[in-house]
Write a protein that binds this ligand. Structure first.
Ligand SMILES: Cc1cc2nc3c(=O)[nH]c(=O)nc-3n(C[C@H](O)[C@H](O)[C@H](O)COP(=O)(O)OP(=O)(O)OC[C@H]3O[C@@H](n4cnc5c(N)ncnc54)[C@H](O)[C@@H]3O)c2cc1C
Length: 550
């Protein structure tokens, strides 16, 4: 059933109240569509974008060069940020859950075996096909080599990323939620405070407001916060009726250890052999899903080198520099004003392009009309118009020289944090300030991993990677924190002194309050977060189903 908070008369109650209808919240309620429990799904937005609602996400950043304003890279509407995500799916690796003495922070209190049973269901919910993340498993008949002859001591080349449609969870699961007799989706319902019972050990009610001025409360036996990695700490810190520092924050853990990923492009990869000997694009598996190989730093190499997790792909040259002489890439640069902030950010470069550079891009398009037209037609047919979209821009460099596109773990750092400021939004709720920080350990991971890959390529004799180690920090920070991955702000830990939620995602010290989403990840790994968010959400739903209270 779907209702609108602006028309709700009086207060509401349910067995379970889930706050936020993005990837995490929707994944939780999908497990209750036909159950015995009565579930409320409170969603701040409506079914479409609304500027006034989105403005509630506005806040401050310590340094806009390092982190985008919090109104960007997320969407406050039914479906949440899945309306704009890229759909790249992959599980966390076993080493991400292992105790790693060379990395800071306590790490995960659970093992990969606790999450693995839920990944296939998560893959299905994300519409990423079979849970098959190696070339052998996904392509029993064989897959094209990334680099023919590559055999790495440090890196493997047989793990895959798979792509969701990308599925907009709101659009995809709307009908099932609307038809359910057990789940009520309440739109335009902004939860602005959690109120605790007499001894502060449980959430007694939730305060809800609409932008039209209506206010009511919700009572539920169990509450799940699924509002994304920036909004979960905001609500916990803003709920201070019996917890002076905010709920779950007795040890000043809420909002700390904020991680994204360290991502960018670096170096030059000169490939030996002819065009048939390397393939940096996608292949479609039997289940119709786009898959792509990448180089992944092996677990043993991470331990030996004392670095975090790291993956990298062969990539086209940096688009803003017209020296690539590739019409398709220049056409993208010229189309920049038509591309959304999130997807054009990497086209901006550090400074405004010079007139010469713009002229260079126009020249590239004019001198390369056939390939440019072919690329644009492919983009239109296979991406813009297709139901399952060709995932990213893939262009073979004209000069045969690739760059490395890397996605690297960011380590936990208590100084990197999300906190409240005095400024308030239109509902009177304090806004956030994001002070995202990286460490020299993060930069070292990228540099050492790139050096290890250069050694692997040289030993294999199939390619030559060159890069200037002095430029790694600038390459890693050119675009700032990798947008949209908001991790670690209510991390999972065995004790309240080390984190915010326990191994069951329950807030330490609050017996009926849970968190779903990447806020609970104590480490960021190399993987994009959503598949693991959804797996943990399904796991949390199983925990709630077994709850003796129901
Ligand atoms: C441009 C972009 C590309 C991305 N690409 C990828 C990718 O390729 N692969 C990947 O794994 N991840 C990707 N992501 C990240 C992915 O979108 C998120 O990991 C995922 O959406 C997080 O799910 P969530 O449910 O935790 O949060 P969200 O999807 O952000 O949902 C939170 C929901 O809570 C609601 N809400 C917020 N506050 C309140 C409140 N106070 N009361 C009630 N409701 C509230 C919001 O309206 C929203 O619906 C990308 C993100 C962006 C922005």
């Amino acid at each position: 059933m779907i209702v609108d908070a602006r028309q709700v008369e009086g207060d509401l109650s349910a067995d379970i109240c889930v706050v936020g209808a993005g990837a995490a919240g929707i994944a939780v309620v999908l497990q209750f569509l036909a159950g015995r429990q009565d579930v409320l799904l409170m969603e701040a937005g409506g079914e479409d974008d609304e500027a006034e609602t989105q403005a509630l996400y506005g806040g401050e950043v310590a340094d806009e060069k390092l982190h985008a304003p919090p109104v960007n890279y997320r969407r406050r509407a039914f479906g949440g940020s899945t309306a704009i995500w890229g759909g790249r799916c992959m599980p966390f690796d076993p080493i991400d859950f292992a105790q790693r003495p060379w990395m800071p922070g306590p790490g995960w209190p659970i093992g990969i075996e606790d999450v693995m049973p839920f990944y296939p269901a998560a893959n299905a919910i994300c519409e990423a096909g079979d849970f098959a993340y190696t070339a052998q498993a996904a392509f029993p008949g064989g897959m094209r080599p990334l680099l023919k002859g590559f055999a790495g001591r440090h890196f493997s080349d047989d793990t895959l990323e798979r792509f969701s449609c990308p599925t907009d969870f709101g659009k995809r699961y709307r009908a099932r939620i609307a038809q359910s007799r057990h789940v009520r989706l309440v739109l335009h319902a902004n939860v602005t405070e959690l109120r605790t019972g007499v001894d502060g050990s449980f959430v007694e009610s939730l305060a809800v407001q609409t932008l039209t001025g209506r206010a009511f409360t919700v009572r539920a036996r169990r509450v799940v916060l699924a509002m994304g990695g920036l909004e979960v700490p905001r609500l916990l810190l803003a709920s201070r009726d019996r917890h002076a520092r905010g709920i779950g924050n007795a040890h000043d853990q809420v909002g700390r250890n904020y991680m994204c990923h360290i991502a960018g492009s670096l170096g030059e990869v000169h490939v030996a052999g002819d065009a048939r000997d390397h393939w940096h694009s996608y292949q479609v598996a039997d289940d119709g899903v786009y898959c792509r190989r990448r180089f992944a730093l092996r677990a043993q190499a991470q331990a030996r080198l004392g670095v975090g997790n790291f993956v990298t792909r062969l990539h086209h040259p940096r688009i803003p520099d017209p020296a690539h002489r590739t019409g398709a890439l220049s056409a993208l640069m010229l189309a920049k004003p038509l591309i959304s902030y999130e997807y054009s950010k990497r086209l901006h470069g550090e400074a405004a392009l010079s007139l010469d550079a713009w002229a260079g891009h126009v020249r590239n398009v004019l001198l390369d009309p056939v390939d440019t037209a072919r690329f644009l037609l492919h983009f239109l047919a296979r991406r813009t118009l297709a139901a399952r979209k060709f995932p990213t821009v893939i262009v073979r460099p004209k000069n045969g020289v690739y760059t490395l596109d890397f996605h690297s773990e960011q380590e936990a750092n208590p100084q990197s944090r999300v906190a409240l400021v005095a400024a308030r939004d239109a509902l009177g709720m304090q806004r956030i300030r994001v002070d995202w920080r990286y460490t020299q350990g993060d930069i070292r991971t990228v540099r050492v991993a790139a050096e290890a890959l250069a050694a692997d390529m040289a030993e294999s004799g199939c390619a030559r990677l060159s890069f200037d180690p002095q430029t790694v920090e600038a390459c890693a920070l050119r675009d700032g924190a990798y947008g949209g991955h908001h991790i670690g702000t209510a991390r999972m830990a065995t004790t309240a002194a080390q984190g915010v939620v326990d191994a069951q995602c329950r807030v330490h010290g609050i017996r009926n309050l849970y968190v779903a989403g990447s806020a609970v990840f104590p480490t960021s790994g190399q993987a994009n977060p959503t598949l693991t968010i959804v797996a943990l959400a399904v796991r949390l739903a199983e925990t709630l189903k077994k709850d003796v209270l129901f």
